[in-house]
Design a protein around this ligand. Structure first.
Ligand SMILES: [Zn+2]
Length: 420
C-alpha cells in the first residue's frame, strides 16, 4: 500500500522560474476555457470533459507555449481537476464562478530529479534550473524508502510530494489490540477507551477565533479593498496559529495509537455545520463560536498521519454514531440531561439504570471506541470465515418477536444537536 505526504519549504523563485510559472498558469487557464467551451457545446450534453477528452481538445493549442512537454500534461491534469471539482460543487447546489487560476504556480510529476541536495527542473526541453533544498527537506528525503512523486512551486514555497510503501491494511489490522475513540468537542478533544482517556485542551482555538473576529470588527473604515486585505492578513494569522495546535495534537494522537497498537475511531458528523446556520434561531456570536472549530481539519490530519504510520482509522456510519453522546456506556440506557440551573452537573448526564452521573465527553469517547471495536472485530471475524456461525446464531431466534426498547431515542433529536 502506498501512502502520500508532502514536505514543504520556503523558496523565492528566480526570474526564469517565475516566467515558467506564469506560462503554466496561462496553460491551465487555456485548458479550463477549452473545457468550459466543451461543456457549453450542444453535443456534449453539458458534461465536464474527462481528462482524456480534455487532452485531445487542448494539447495542440498548448504546443504554442513551447517549453517542456511534461508541463502541458500537468496543466491539463490540473485543469481537469479544477473542472471536476466545479462540477461537484454544482451538483451539490453551491454557487460557482467561472474557474480561473490567479496565483502563479507550477506543479509537475514529470521531468525533475533530486541530486546533491538540489531539485532540478526543466526550464524548457533542454535546459534545467536548480532549486536548493533546505536542511529539513534533505533530512526527510534522506530516508531511502521514500520516493518523490511530484513537486509544486508557488511564489513563496516549494512542496514535494513524497510516497512510502507501507504494510497493507490487513497486516496493520492484525497488529491491533484495541481501539481508541475520538470525540470532537468545542473546547476539548477527548481521545481514549475504557482504560485511559486523554483530554486535549482546545479552548485556545475558540479564543483565537474570537480574537480574530474582534480585531476585524475594530476596523471601522468601510473601504472594501482595505477590509479584505486586513481580513486576509488576520485570517492567515488565525489559520497558522490554529494549524500549529491541531498539528501538535494530531501528531500526538497518532503516535500514541501506534505505540499502543490501537485503531482510531471517529464518529460521523457530516452536517454539523448545518446545525449552526443563519435562521436556526441562534445568536450570531454563538453560531460563530460553534463554527470556529475545525472539526474536519483535525480528522483530515489524523487520517493522513495515521495512514503514514500504518494505523487503521475507522469512521462509524451515521447509524452507528447515533446515540454516542446520549447512551450510557455501561448499560446502553438513554441518558438524561440535568435540569436547567443545575450547575453542579455541568456537562454531565444521568443514567437512571446505573444511578450515576456520566461526564458527557467520557461517555461519548467510551461509546465511540466500543462501537469502533465492534465493527473492527466484526470485519476481522468475517475475514476469518466465522460469519456463517454468526448467522446460524441468529436463526435460532427466528420466530421470536423483536423486543423494542421502550425508551429508545426520542425521534427528531439528532445526537449532535445536544452537543455544546
Ligand atoms: Zn447505565
Amino acid at each position: 500500500m502506498r501512502t502520500l505526504k508532502s514536505v514543504k519549504q520556503r523558496y523565492l523563485p528566480s526570474a526564469n522560474v517565475t516566467k515558467l510559472m506564469e506560462d503554466f498558469r496561462q496553460m491551465t487557464n487555456d485548458c479550463i476555457r477549452t473545457g468550459l467551451e466543451f461543456e457549453g457545446r450542444s453535443d456534449s450534453g453539458t458534461k465536464t470533459p474527462s481528462m482524456r477528452r480534455l487532452s485531445l481538445l487542448s494539447y495542440g493549442q498548448l504546443k504554442g507555449y513551447g517549453g517542456y512537454s511534461g508541463y502541458r500534461l500537468c496543466a491539463i491534469s490540473k485543469a481537469a481537476g479544477i473542472l471536476s471539482s466545479r462540477r461537484k460543487s454544482i451538483r451539490r447546489g453551491f454557487q460557482t464562478r467561472k474557474p480561473y487560476v490567479r496565483k502563479l504556480m507550477l506543479t509537475s510529476c514529470y521531468g525533475f530529479r533530486i541530486e546533491n541536495g538540489r531539485l532540478f527542473i526543466h526550464l524548457d526541453a533542454k535546459t534545467f534550473e536548480s532549486v536548493p533544498l533546505n536542511s529539513h527537506s534533505i533530512k526527510i528525503l534522506s530516508d531511502k524508502r521514500l520516493k518523490v512523486r511530484s513537486f509544486t512551486l508557488t511564489e513563496t514555497s516549494l512542496s514535494l510530494c513524497i510516497s512510502k510503501e507501507c504494510a497493507d491494511a490487513k497486516e496493520c489490522a492484525d497488529r491491533i489490540t484495541s481501539t481508541i475513540g475520538i470525540d470532537r468537542n468545542l473546547r476539548n478533544l477527548a481521545v481514549g477507551n475504557d482504560e485511559r482517556i486523554t483530554y486535549y485542551d482546545m479552548s485556545e482555538i475558540v479564543k483565537i477565533a474570537g480574537n480574530t473576529r474582534s480585531i476585524l470588527r475594530s476596523f471601522r473604515r468601510t473601504d472594501v479593498r482595505l477590509t479584505s486585505e486586513i481580513a486576509t492578513k488576520y485570517g492567515r494569522r488565525k489559520r497558522e496559529r490554529v494549524g500549529q495546535i491541531l498539528h501538535r495534537v494530531s501528531k500526538d494522537v497518532v503516535a500514541s495509537a501506534r505505540a499502543n497498537q490501537q485503531a482510531i475511531v471517529f464518529e460521523e458528523i457530516t452536517g454539523i455545520r448545518k446545525l449552526y446556520r443563519k435562521g436556526n434561531g441562534q445568536a450570531r456570536a454563538y453560531r460563530s463560536k460553534m463554527n470556529s472549530w475545525p472539526f474536519h481539519e483535525i480528522k483530515r490530519q489524523i487520517e493522513y498521519k495515521a495512514a503514514w504510520e500504518g494505523v487503521p482509522v475507522i469512521t462509524l456510519s451515521a447509524k452507528e454514531t447515533k446515540g454516542t453522546t446520549m447512551d450510557c456506556p455501561r448499560c446502553g440506557e438513554r441518558l438524561q440531561v440535568p435540569v436547567r440551573g443545575d450547575n453542579l452537573h455541568y456537562r454531565q448526564l444521568w443514567c437512571d439504570a446505573c444511578r450515576r452521573w456520566w461526564e458527557r465527553d467520557t461517555c461519548a469517547v467510551l461509546n465511540i471506541s466500543r462501537r469502533g471495536w465492534v465493527r473492527f472485530a466484526h470485519s476481522k471475524r468475517e475475514e476469518q470465515g466465522e460469519a456463517s456461525e454468526a448467522v446460524k446464531g441468529n436463526a435460532e431466534h427466528e420466530g421470536e418477536p423483536l423486543i423494542l426498547r421502550v425508551d429508545a431515542s426520542k425521534p427528531g433529536i439528532r445526537p449532535n444537536q445536544t452537543r455544546t
